[in-house]
Design a protein around this ligand. Structure first.
Ligand code: DOR
Length: 426
């Protein structure tokens, strides 16, 4: 089967393309891309007219919780990857905090097979750094890499012991895989549930100081310097983290960083009515942090925008604020929220494509995030003008936990093509 995408405005930073191009897909691969492919009408070619639309490489989410195995009431590989496709993502990385934890090659294999059978987009497993994510003993990083893990993380928890983190970073160097750090000093966080400040005092909730994140960002950067390992900092939420990472990059430390749409779209005020849908870890912060994160996105300190898609069951989120689990269902709003950065002039659309496709693919060393001939036919076609109201009832994800309910957003995917398969939304 051949597909020809015509008349669309193609943006592909991997080839510095920004203009009207035609793309020919053959089977699962991109065959050709040029201003005009001079293909006549043919019954064997399906033509997609993308006039007025932007055509981008399929997005790559390097931070997704698919919840399977073990928490299928929250999400499954099937529903999570379907939600990904709806959100314009053609590849997602599955975090290992499942039950059992993905800390051995057997679980990695299981996720792969399940994803192959039921997944709608490509799934790359992320292995746990330590067995059971307990922080005590390293997992078999080499064997898990061979089984297909593209990175290692104890996400949801920090690696508390600096010696274990040091060893993990040494392995990351030897095996050339990134270690993704969930930066949270648990003793300083002290079981807190929101940002520490005046609001936490007023609300009578235990706060988490920004320093609980920043101390571990600093520690892990120091360890990356010591070991030469490949460090990626997950979901940064504070101004201090941006500053520490900027300074480390200037010193030549091998570190990359990600943030998520909620950290540049919302402040702690979002939980004012004890809305557990805005409870997330790290917590939402302040206007000053949002400004610093946008600055970090702009100047390249922050390489990646990831979703940290963390679906939870409605009943779990219905518990009192202290007890409700942290997390936001993000796959179906991430692109539209991030397009606001383009509208506000923080970054260009091409830079956004870098942060949501090319850079994560580069960090993970996977052959995605590009429209170069020969690469996988993973493409998202977006309508920048299309407006919609966020309605979690319409989410494909089982996780309806969004703090963006009712928000008017502009710009959304209309067609997602994954490995040559076309998915169209109205
Ligand atoms: O809010 C969060 N939810 N942060 C994490 O680090 C983990 C995630 C989850 O697994 O629910």
């Amino acid at each position: 089967m051949k597909i020809l995408i015509k008349n669309g405005h193609v943006i592909d930073p991997s080839q510095e393309l920004d203009g009207i191009y035609e793309i020919l897909i053959e089977g699962k691969k991109i065959k050709e891309i040029a201003p005009s492919l001079k293909k006549g009408k043919s019954a064997s070619v399906k033509v997609i007219d993308a006039k007025g639309m932007y055509v981008l490489p399929g997005l790559v989410d390097m931070h997704t919780h698919l919840r399977e195995p073990g928490f299928e009431h929250k999400e499954t590989i099937k529903t999570g990857t379907h939600a990904a496709i709806k959100g314009g993502f053609t590849a997602v990385c599955a975090m290992p905090n499942t039950t059992p934890v993905n800390d051995n090659a057997g679980i990695t294999e299981y996720i792969f097979q399940k994803a192959q059978k039921e997944g709608m987009c490509t799934v790359y497993p992320i292995g746990a750094i330590t067995k059971g994510q307990k922080g005590e003993e390293l997992s078999e990083i080499g064997m898990m890499k061979d089984a297909g893990c593209v990175a290692f993380s104890d996400d949801g928890r920090p690696v508390e012991n600096p010696l274990i983190m040091r060893r993990a970073l040494e392995y990351s160097k030897a095996f050339d895989v990134p270690i993704i750090s969930h930066c949270e000093d648990l003793s300083l966080a002290e079981g807190g549930v929101m940002n520490e400040g005046l609001l936490s005092q007023t609300m009578g909730l235990k706060g988490i100081p920004k320093e609980a994140e920043e101390i571990i960002v600093y520690r892990d950067i120091a360890l990356a310097g010591l070991t030469g390992g490949r460090l990626h900092i997950a979901h940064i939420s504070t101004e201090g983290s941006v500053n520490i990472i900027r300074e480390a990059k200037a010193r030549g430390i091998k570190v990359t960083a990600e943030t998520c749409p909620h950290y540049f779209s919302l402040t702690e005020e979002a939980i004012k009515d004890y809305d557990t849908n805005a409870k997330v870890n790290p917590p939402l912060r302040t206007v000053k942090d949002i400004e610093a994160i946008k600055e970090g996105i702009k100047d390249g300190t922050i390489d990646v925008i990831a979703t940290d898609h963390a679906p939870h069951h409605k009943n779990e989120k219905l518990r009192e604020f202290d007890l409700a689990p942290s997390g936001i269902s993000g796959l179906e709003t991430a692109l539209s929220l991030s397009l606001k950065l383009v509208e506000e002039g923080v970054i260009t659309l091409s830079e956004l494509v870098k942060k949501m496709a090319l850079n994560p693919a580069g960090i993970l060393k996977i052959n995605k995030g590009t429209l170069k001939p020969g690469s996988d036919a993973d493409i998202v076609i977006i309508d920048l003008e299309k407006k919609f109201k966020v309605n979690s009832d319409l989410f494909i994800s089982k996780g309806k936990n969004t703090p963006f309910e009712g928000w008017e957003l502009k710009g959304m995917p209309v067609i997602t093509i994954c490995m040559g398969r076309v998915h169209e939304w109205q």
